[in-house]
Design a protein around this ligand. Structure first.
Ligand SMILES: O=C(O)C(=O)C[C@]1(C(=O)O)C=C[C@@H](O)C=C1
Length: 117
């Protein structure tokens, strides 16, 4: 037995991937939102690539001048600033802090690799 979109009620969830049974208006809205998400994800990737280009230069500068890979005081200032920015942008400050720490941990790993080379 085939099901039209009007057969489905809220208590019958759509199977993931079963796009044919989604109401066309809902599917259009979902597609429009996903296009924005894809654009934002692309921007995030490009911005991160630019950030890593800067931090690679910092890594070489630090290695050349025998400076330590990590600067906890600078990180504390960055976290305070980013948490404030997140709050005013209505983004979870805890999430913003975790994201920054995740990125910085990767940068420090790169700095250590440069210092060893
Ligand atoms: O500003 C520096 O000293 C950096 O090395 C860059 C950076 C960062 O990714 O923002 C990374 C490591 C430091 O602990 C602090 C900040």
């Amino acid at each position: 037995m085939t099901h039209s979109t009007s057969d489905r009620t809220a208590d019958q969830p759509v199977t993931p991937g079963d796009t044919e049974s989604i109401d066309p208006a809902v599917f259009d809205e979902l597609t429009r939102l996903r296009e924005s998400i894809d654009n934002i994800d692309a921007a995030v990737v490009h911005m991160l690539a630019e950030r890593f280009k800067c931090t690679q230069q910092v890594g070489h500068l630090k290695a050349a001048h025998r400076l330590p890979p990590a600067d906890p005081a600078r990180e504390a200032r960055q976290i305070t600033r980013l948490r404030q920015l997140a709050e005013s942008a209505k983004l979870d400050p805890g999430f913003a802090e975790k994201l920054l720490n995740f990125i910085i941990a990767e940068v420090i790993r790169h700095h250590e690799t440069i210092a060893r080379s």
